[in-house]
Design a protein around this ligand. Structure first.
Ligand code: GDP
Length: 194
């Protein structure tokens, strides 16, 4: 299973490790080319994550965050494109504590794939309330936009998910998204405990 590319500390974890309090796995889902790897690199906070080695893909990124005065560690998994078989996809869907369903606002097909992807996720995890955020990436490419903000919001509303837009190229809204993920995880956890 992928090694951890650490943005802020040096620990290495496997998917079989016992969950630690305050450590959560965030899965990046979505079509190839929408910007998952670029976003993961930014989330990891490392400058050199664009240089991936073929034999040692660094597709897992760790980030320590202080949100609302409380520490949280997010482990971001950029493994969806490698999950070619359905059992691999199911493994990935079982592992996550939160999911970012990413599309490119310049690629309508990647947007149209989201309802099917969400159905797959909800089928794999029918009993748990998990944070799911729809993310329209490449917001900087205004002239090639094929999906409007309104369409993104409207689909998210229909699917009962949060919606946000990012530009990985400009690092726009990326920190806010990560903090939003942490807040959503805490909210779902609190609700699950009551
Ligand atoms: P992945 O296949 O989903 O992991 O997508 P990548 O992260 O490899 O990105 C695919 C291409 O889109 C790369 O050339 C990136 O540099 C580019 N890209 C990713 N995010 C953005 C963005 O927000 N804006 C622009 N203009 N390009 C982006």
């Amino acid at each position: 299973w992928p090694s951890v590319h650490s943005g802020s500390s040096e620990s290495v974890r496997s998917s079989e490790s016992i969950p630690e309090p305050g450590v959560y796995k965030v899965m990046l889902l979505g079509d190839s080319g929408v910007g998952k790897t670029t976003l993961a690199g930014i989330f990891g906070g490392a400058e050199d994550t664009f240089h991936h080695e073929a034999e040692h893909p660094e597709d897992t990124y760790e980030r320590n965050l202080l949100v609302d005065g409380e520490k949280t560690t997010l482990i971001v998994y950029d493994i969806w494109d490698q999950c070619s078989k359905s059992w691999m996809q199911d493994n990935c869907l079982q592992m996550g504590d939160a999911f970012l369903l990413i599309f490119s606002v310049t690629d309508r097909a990647s947007f149209q794939r989201l309802p099917g992807l969400l159905l797959q996720l909800r089928t794999a995890r029918p009993h748990r309330r998990i944070p799911i955020i729809l993310v329209g990436n490449k917001g900087d490419l205004a002239r090639s936009r094929e999906v409007s903000v309104e369409e993104g919001r409207s689909l998210a509303g229909m699917l009962s998910c949060k919606y946000t837009e990012t530009s990985a190229a400009l690092h726009h809204n990326t920190q806010e998204l990560l903090e939003g993920v942490v807040r959503q995880i805490r909210l779902c956890k609190d609700e699950g405990e009551h």
